[in-house]
Design a binder for this molecule. Structure first.
Ligand code: PEP
Ligand code: MG
Length: 580
């Protein structure tokens, strides 16, 4: 490997390699004037008109983002529109104007008040949305001042550097000229990360202040797979990187072409590669990318963004629409998994000090059984109306009693439907998510009560390592390749196989090329990932031999930490000539 020279390491937020010259996106500092107004009604009209202009712009941005991606990233601008129509926000600004304050000052004070309120919510996902409020604030005040405050004009292909880019910064850039994103702050769930993934561009976030000191126009190499940015590379490093970049592009092209073919290992074993989907909108993406079914259908979408519980009929309709994309194929539906960082306002869930350790997932059956009964009824009826191979699983299981209670409820739902003369599927597999360490430790006992396990490494990692998955300050510690997490994965697989049951994995880890040989070596039966990752993982599988993977798994299980595991697995992948 060539001398690496100056390199900054951050959090890999969107995969891929890119090289190019930097453009620094800085937020223009706005001077907000403060003066007394006489004609208060005219000033309120001025604010109204600025908000209207901002709404038109946001609507146009939303449309252009949704035209360029198939996923639902445009929803960020839906949220911006909601801020622009927020009555409390407007009322507060109006009140200040009625007291004689000019519109710019009144509006920005109200924006800052609400942004700070948001920041104080002890939930990273919600508190980080203060950035949206301030983004909207600047957009409106730009119209009041008659200056352009968002958007950077690109003239050539560039690597974008910034602190934490706002959605407006990111979306208003000409994507044909963006090569990659590198940001000083932000975590894996930041807007930059979400939008970069949606556009298929590499991104590294959380690089620290030093990234902002790079001069504009400097050549950098961005490794979105490892989370590294090389600054002003040597000739030798550049040519090595370019080779890798070319090899990865070639492999992506081959993978895309072969996406619809099954994943068969180099020694002739079929591997089941399926998709994670989140609703009616993205259900077709799995099939389009070559997934052979669904390994995780997150049903939360049906319950969020509305004012009351979805009825049984509404649910039947939505599930039927999703299932119809996968005739004769397995679809694993996860029962409602809320609590933790996912909230449903109309349920008025009590506030908890530690929501990730609280009343979430299947624990809600004790106290809100009706919700699950209705969902079981809807799923069974949708299953009977379609040709899908229906599998149902429950989230956040920590022990045997929860499994038996949920299974009994599913049986009660089926019995009631039959007695009402309604059709139910002949066979429905019943499984559980293994995402709490106790479930992995009790896997030998739990395996007797289920048809399958699906390992949720996102939560299993947070609970095993005591690392909040939404806290960007500790994001670097949350690595599922930690040998402690791998030990629980191995135990889960071994216990299931001893009972003749199959095991899938539906956390982000399933879509990581570096993890594929380890997981195959541990005996994982099914890999479920975001649809865009399906072609590449299938292509990786085609290079693997089970014996060698088993040996690799044995070696890494004995290592001391996640970095050692990553290093050894990366060397294994390199030896196969895979460019990750
Ligand atoms: C997981 O925890 O790994 C998982 C797949 O579920 P979610 O990310 O929805 O919690
Ligand atoms: Mg989970």
């Amino acid at each position: 490997m060539a001398n690496k020279g100056k390199v900054l390491s951050g959090i890999p937020a969107a995969p891929g390699l890119a090289h190019g010259k930097t453009v620094i996106v800085k937020q223009q500092k706005l001077e907000i004037p403060y003066f007394e107004v006489k004609d208060r009604n005219a000033e309120i009209d001025r604010l109204h008109s600025a908000i209207d202009k901002a709404r038109t712009e946001v609507e146009a941005l939303k449309n252009s983002v949704s035209e360029r991606t198939e996923s639902n990233e445009a929803e960020i601008f839906e949220a911006h529109n909601m801020i622009l129509t927020d009555v409390a926000l407007f009322d507060q600004a109006e009140e200040a104007i009625e007291g004689g304050t000019n519109a710019e000052k009144a509006w920005m004070d109200a924006i800052e008040f609400f942004a700070q309120m948001m920041e104080q919510i002890p939930d990273e996902t919600l508190s980080s949305r203060a950035v949206d409020i301030r983004d909207v604030g600047r957009r409106v005040v730009g119209h009041l001042l008659g200056v352009r405050v968002v958007g950077t004009e690109l003239t050539e292909p560039s690597v974008i550097i910034g602190d934490d880019l706002t959605p407006s910064d990111t979306a208003s850039l000409d994507k044909d000229l963006v090569l990659a994103f590198c940001t000083a702050s932000g975590g894996p769930t930041s807007h930059t990360a979400i939008l970069a993934k949606a556009f298929g561009l590499p991104a590294v976030v959380g690089l620290g202040e030093k990234i902002l000191a790079i001069p504009e126009g400097e050549l950098v190499l961005v490794d979105g797979n490892q989370g590294d940015v090389y600054i002003a590379p040597s000739e030798e490093l550049l040519s090595e990187f370019l080779q890798k970049e070319e090899a990865e592009a070639e492999m992506m092209a081959t993978a895309r072409k072969a996406a619809q073919a099954p994943a068969v290992t180099a020694d002739g074993e079929y591997v089941e590669v399926v998709a994670n989907v989140g609703g009616v909108q993205d259900a077709p993406l799995g099939i389009m990318n070559g997934a052979e079914g669904v390994g995780l259908f997150r049903t939360e979408f049906l319950y969020l963004d509305r004012k009351s519980m979805p009825t049984e009929d509404e649910q039947i309709e939505a599930y039927t629409a999703v299932f119809n994309n996968y005739p004769m194929m397995p679809v694993v539906v996860r029962m409602l998994d809320i609590g933790g960082d996912k909230m449903i306002p109309y349920l008025n869930l009590p506030e908890e000090l530690n929501p990730f350790l609280g009343w979430r997932g299947i624990r809600m059956m004790d106290g809100a059984e009706e919700i699950f009964l209705t969902q079981f009824r809807a799923l069974l009826q949708a299953g009977a109306r379609t040709e899908v191979d229906l599998r149902i699983m429950i989230p956040m299981v920590s022990g045997v009693a929860e499994v038996r209670a949920a299974k009994a409820l599913m049986k009660a739902a089926a019995d009631a439907l039959v007695s009402e003369g309604k059709a139910v599927p002949e066979k429905v597999q019943f499984g559980i998510m293994v995402e709490v360490p106790s479930a992995a430790l009790l896997a030998d006992r739990l395996a007797k009560d289920v048809d399958f396990f699906s390992i949720g490494t996102n939560d299993l990692t947070q609970y095993t390592l005591a690392v909040d998955r939404t806290n960007s300050k500790v994001a670097h510690l949350a690595n599922p390749l930690n040998p402690a997490v791998l030990a629980l994965i191995k135990r889960t697989i071994d216990c299931a196989h001893a009972e003749g049951k199959w095991v899938g994995l539906c956390g982000e880890l399933a879509g990581e090329p570096i993890a594929a040989p380890i997981l195959l070596g541990l005996g994982l039966d099914e890999f479920s990932m975001s649809p865009a990752r399906v072609p590449i993982i299938k292509q990786v599988m085609r290079k693997l031999h089970r014996d060698a993977c088993q040996h690799l798994a044995e070696v890494v299980m004995a290592l001391g930490d996640d970095l050692e595991v990553a290093r050894v697995s990366k060397a294994f992948i390199d030896d196969l000539g895979l460019p990750f």
